[in-house]
Design a binder for this molecule. Structure first.
Ligand code: GRF
Length: 198
């Protein structure tokens, strides 16, 4: 059984896709040991509670400096003893010590086709605003391993999504979630879980 920790900051629709994927068998041999959010008001924590999954809030606001927050975050992750850490809309820079300790065991979902519209400052709705500003006809989502950079680790899966003429950032974001994120993140976890069985 592959134990995962899911790190969230917001609505948790990607977390929900993982919960549902485990329930309907799309994700094999996987259990969510815990959910960690940096935001106590994240609806993702409610989704975890509704699914009977332990949720914890580790917020930078509760620590005197970034270093002590980073240590608390790594301790919080270690407590769940994960085989895989899934960043699902997690708006926190992952501490270097965590990347090193969990090398090739942290994955992230990004709402564009990396290397487009990624890196520092490209998160959430802003990604889709930039895609529309540039006038791309196709965008999508990417699941990648997390390394010391921002959205720079090895790509695992990508899914393209067509941009429509009257798209607003909100409409495009929703389509990318429905047609890409919520499909390739569970799929990537399932692929890794199967590889775990090797
Ligand atoms: C989404 O735009 C996702 O692409 C990004 O974080 C945002 C919130 O996702 N990674 P969620 O609903 O909290 O899963």
């Amino acid at each position: 059984m592959m134990n995962i920790v899911v790190c969230v900051s917001g609505g948790g629709t990607n977390l929900q896709a993982i919960i549902d994927g485990i329930a309907d068998g799309k994700i094999s041999n996987t259990s969510i040991a815990g959910v960690i959010s940096n935001n106590k008001d994240a609806y993702a924590l409610k989704r975890a509670e509704n699914a009977g999954i332990k949720g914890v809030c580790i917020s930078p606001k509760d620590y005197p400096d970034r270093e002590s927050f980073n240590e608390a975050l790594l301790e919080g992750v270690d407590k769940f003893n994960p085989d895989l850490i899934v960043l699902a809309g997690f708006l926190v820079n992952i501490p270097e010590a965590m990347v090193k300790k969990y090398r090739n065991k942290i994955i992230n979902i990004h709402p564009s086709l990396i290397p487009s519209f990624c890196g520092k400052g490209f998160y959430g709705l802003h990604v889709h605003e930039k895609a529309l500003e540039r006038g791309v006809k196709v965008t999508g989502a990417t699941v990648h391993y997390v390394d010391e950079g921002t959205d720079t680790g090895p790509i695992i899966l990508q899914e393209p999504v067509r941009v429509l003429p009257d798209d607003t950032p909100e409409v495009l974001q929703r389509r990318v979630m429905e047609q890409a994120e919520w499909i390739i993140l569970p799929k990537a976890i399932d692929m890794i879980a199967k590889g775990m069985n090797r």
